[in-house]
Design a protein around this ligand. Sequence first.
Ligand code: FES
Length: 84
Amino acid sequence: MSAERPAEDQEPVRDPGSGGPAEPVSITVCPDGPLLVRGGYQLLDGDDRPIDPGRATVALCRCGASSIKPFCDGSHKRARFRAR
Ligand code: FES
């Protein structure tokens, strides 16, 4: 027996800011590179203040070498970052 409720019983995910349906968020792990975030995300700093990414899709550094953290600046290639 499935624990999932039928689709007609489920509430749509709401965007807390607008009250409307939230846009789905996807995160793509690039091989030996950044995380690509798309959709209805909100990026916050360590004090929960919004960071304006300036674009709909953002690449987040996961190698630690970027000079514009939390964003990827391509330094992962020079650093020869390997995810494994
Ligand atoms: S993942 Fe690109 S600079 Fe870190």
